[in-house]
Design a binder for this molecule. Structure first.
Ligand SMILES: C[S@@+](CC[C@H](N)C(=O)[O-])C[C@H]1O[C@@H](n2cnc3c(N)ncnc32)[C@H](O)[C@@H]1O
Length: 256
């Protein structure tokens, strides 16, 4: 195992509370809720798998993995959780080499998953109207080691998609129905459209507009997930279940 050096990514895991945080090792004192004040430079020379003490709590220095990165994201807006982003990537039929247009990068929670699937030869082109999100998302993508597979565009995606012949358009914005015509123009024949919205009214409006624009294989799905706890007295689902996150609306473009 190589020693950790400056510029390396770490997903800190608080071994007592299970809290995670993504950092990049720089010579700069930082303050992170739950982890206290520290200089990541002090981790240089240590190895992944070592335990350090921050605010008197044991913290594991982990190398990034996609799910751990999403759990430790620096975030500003609501992020898409792995249970949903995995299914979104599947419905969008994304694989190595895919060219994907994403609307609404936010903190990059979904972008990390998309970038992981399109590598090593594909690209995610992410639109956002708020420049502040690009900084956060770029940081999160750097920790995940996936930044080179993402291009960021400061543009309202409702005003149009510059790319053409793309494999998939994936949206996490409040009004995805306003982008469907642009998506149809940008997608290659039989390309995939996927949107993610929190309310059923938004899901319905998106579905109906997809139908109106000639998309087929239309589906609205919601995914519920339970974690199973393994305890000395038995194995059972966790009492805490995430009730609702969002609806996934998927459709496919026909030939032009
Ligand atoms: C909920 S966040 C996306 C979260 C992201 N999927 C994640 O997992 O971290 C929605 C993002 O969409 C952006 N947005 C909203 N309307 C937009 C538009 N018309 N064009 C581009 N971006 C837009 C917002 O600025 C915000 O960053």
């Amino acid at each position: 195992m190589m020693p950790i050096g400056l510029g390396d990514p770490i997903v800190l895991l608080d071994l007592k509370k299970g809290r995670r945080k993504n950092i990049i090792v720089e010579d700069k004192v930082i303050k992170i809720k739950g982890f206290g004040v520290f200089n990541p430079k002090d981790f240089t020379g240590k190895e992944y798998g070592d335990i350090v003490y921050l605010s008197n709590k044991p913290v594991l220095l982990q190398p990034p993995s996609v799910v751990e990165c999403i759990r430790g994201l620096k975030r500003k807006a609501q992020i898409i959780l792995p249970k949903d982003s995995g299914l979104i990537a599947l419905y969008a039929n994304i694989g190595p080499g895919s060219i994907v247009v994403e609307g609404g990068i936010g903190s990059g929670g979904l972008t990390i998953v998309l970038a992981n699937f399109v590598r090593p030869t594909g690209k995610v082109i992410s639109y956002d109207i708020n420049e502040e999100f690009f900084k956060i998302a770029y940081y999160n993508l750097r920790v995940a080691g996936l930044h080179e597979y993402v291009d960021m565009k400061l543009k309202d995606i409702k005003e149009g998609i510059d790319e053409s012949n793309v494999d998939a358009v994936v949206l996490d914005i409040p009004e995805p129905w306003d982008v469907i015509e642009h998506a149809r123009n940008a997608l290659k024949p039989f390309g995939h459209f996927v949107a993610y919205v929190p309310t059923i009214e938004q899901a319905r409006k998106t579905y109906l507009e997809l139908k109106n624009q000639g998309f087929y294989n239309l589906e609205i799905v919601e995914l519920l997930m339970r974690n199973i706890l393994v305890k000395p007295l038995g194995t059972r689902p966790d009492n805490k279940v995430i009730g609702h996150t969002g609806y996934i609306i998927a459709g496919r473009k026909l030939r032009d």
